[in-house]
Design a protein around this ligand. Structure first.
Ligand code: GLC
Ligand code: CA
Length: 542
């Protein structure tokens, strides 16, 4: 029996590939990636073997936050193309059995959205209550809540003598989910996209929709799951979709609600507990700290075991908001190839749906630009705030180099020609200078490449039910170097062993895997079975 027959839910053995459209492939020389560009590269994605593409937002937007500020949910931004191009993309992807997942930004709109332009006109305007307002006096803020990208979360509108609430930029006013009319408009819009053949949705900061600003509540508000259940019932449940919520505030308990197998909410959520480990506790992501390795093992294990059988994990190291994993927890120097493959093997062996972020399958790395070369509003605001507050410039730059979102947003490295084959014009953000060494062209046909390691992992997940079904047990819990675990179902046992660091060490599980078959590894051949080389990783099965 194959996985598909075995699992009613197709997305359980699927692998999703995230595209950040403005940095993937430009088709018309304006330096910005677009939908026609993605269509041109579908063959590459087909080769990799992925099942779905999560597209970061392509709807109409002033691009204050690269599309996470939508001014028309039912139109495509001209920078990316038009609705016909979107339909062509859905159709082209279908030829490769690839579904398109759209990014739904439902917590807020752009301040240029028609609803907000109306809302600002007067307190009696029917759209006024689509947003979150508080009466007040200029200069006397309703409270001291801050926006995620700096500054107050309240913005004054003198004509109305009111403040509106925004958890992100002032150009991203929060929608008022208490208003049933807002919810209804959202459902109609989602059904419209479903009708066009969209295969799923990723829900931006969905845990923040039920905010209660008077109580200082941003995420996990009291009505959150009520809203999500209604949303799911009115839309997603009418189709066979994959849905994934972005939930920075999720605990395993909460994630069980979100990903309840009864389908009442989403398929799964992105949780970020492991992602916050390399920062000082209680501080911001910019306040760097070394990765506590044992803690990483504990946290990932907890998510694996707690959701087993009663929820579903999404598996990821990377997205458009995070630095490149090979630079972050791997080694982007001498052992770039080995460590990139190790991180892939470690993640793809777990239970859940893996997400690959564009370029991760090539081992693309972080960049170290000067401040003028960054484009991300979060980086630019933080730079200003911290340098004005007296932080040393070099410390601020070190944080940006380590954690800045633009690390993930540099153009996709296709080949070794000018601009890495991304554009014939001037790219909107500089290409990483290592594109001649790291690019798709040199990897696709090289059986030992990182690309082919990912490809093989995707295939294995489809061949072996144990990837999808097996339970999870962490091995060697206190080992300071090795991340190893066992997966087990009623037929098979699988062992994943990873040396997480750059030293050669003794292989403690030699005996355990002596009668098992090796499915994949990141070194050519094993000469000495009693050791693990730097970043060595293997999967065994029996
Ligand atoms: C999410 C997105 C991020 C965006 C923010 C506001 O965290 O991933 O890119 O800036 O929401 O929409
Ligand atoms: Ca373009």
């Amino acid at each position: 029996m194959t996985n598909t027959e075995n699992n009613a839910k197709w997305w359980k053995n699927a692998v999703v590939y995230q595209i950040y459209p403005r940095s993937f492939q430009d088709s018309n020389g304006d330096g910005i990636g677009d939908l026609r560009g993605i269509i041109r590269r579908m063959d590459y994605l087909g080769k990799l073997g992925i099942d779905a593409i999560w597209l970061s937002p392509v709807c109409k937007s002033p691009q204050e936050d690269n599309g996470y500020d939508i001014s028309d949910y039912q139109d495509i931004d001209p920078m990316f193309g038009n609705v016909d191009d979107m339909e062509a993309l859905i159709a082209e992807a279908k030829k490769y059995n690839i579904r398109i997942i759209m990014d739904l930004v439902l917590n807020h709109t752009s301040d240029k959205h028609r609803w907000f332009e109306e809302a600002k006109k007067s307190k009696d305007n029917p759209y006024h209550d689509y947003y979150v307002w508080r009466d007040g006096r200029e200069g006397v803020l309703p409270n001291d809540m801050k926006g995620v990208f700096g500054g107050s979360a309240w913005e004054w509108v003198p004509e109305l003598n009111q403040y509106y609430f925004h958890q992100f930029l002032p150009q991203q006013p929060d929608l008022n989910w208490e208003n049933p009319q807002v919810r209804k408009e959202i459902y109609d819009m989602i059904l419209w996209w479903m009708d066009k053949g969209v295969g799923g949705f990723r829900l931006d900061v969905i845990d923040q929709i039920a905010k209660e600003p008077d109580q200082g509540i941003t995420n996990n508000g009291p009505r959150l799951h009520e809203f999500i259940r209604e949303l799911s019932r009115e839309t997603f449940q009418k189709g066979d979709l994959i849905t994934v919520g972005e939930a920075w505030g999720a605990t395993p308990e909460i994630a069980k609600l979100y990903s309840n197998p009864d389908g009442s909410e989403f398929s799964m959520v992105f949780q970020f507990e492991h992602i916050g480990l390399d920062q000082q506790e209680g501080k911001e992501k910019w306040d760097l700290a070394p990765l506590p390795f044992i803690k990483l093992k504990k946290i990932l294990t907890r998510w694996q075991t707690e959701l087993h059988g009663c929820g579903w994990n999404s598996l990821f190291w990377n997205n458009h908001d995070l630095p490149r994993i090979v630079s972050r927890w791997g080694n982007d120097g001498e052992y770039r190839v080995e460590s990139a493959k190790m991180l892939a093997i470690l993640l793809h062996g777990m239970q859940g749906t893996p997400y690959i972020y564009q370029g991760e399958e090539l081992g693309m790395t972080n960049v170290q630009y000067d401040i003028e070369d960054y484009r991300d509003v979060e980086i630019l605001n933080m730079y200003k705030e911290r340098t004005e507050a007296g932080y040393a410039r070099e410390d601020v730059m070190r944080s940006i180099h380590a954690k800045g979102r633009d690390n993930a947003r540099t153009p996709m490295q296709w080949d070794d020609t000018e601009n890495a084959g991304f554009t014939e014009g001037t790219p909107w953000i500089k290409v990483n200078s290592n594109y001649q060494e790291i690019n798709a062209k040199s990897q696709v046909n090289d059986p030992d490449s990182i690309f082919n390691c990912y490809k093989k992992l995707i295939q294995l997940r489809k061949e072996y039910d144990i990837f999808v079904e097996g339970d999870f047990t962490l091995l060697l819990e206190e080992d300071e170097n090795i991340f190893a675990y066992q997966r087990k179902n009623d037929k098979q046992t699988m062992l994943v062993i990873c040396n997480f660091f750059d030293q050669t060490i003794k292989m403690p599980l030699e005996e355990k895997c002596s009668d098992m078959k090796m499915l994949i590894g990141n070194y050519d051949k094993i000469e000495d079975a009693s050791i693990l080389r730097p970043y060595e990783a293997r999967i065994y099965v029996k």
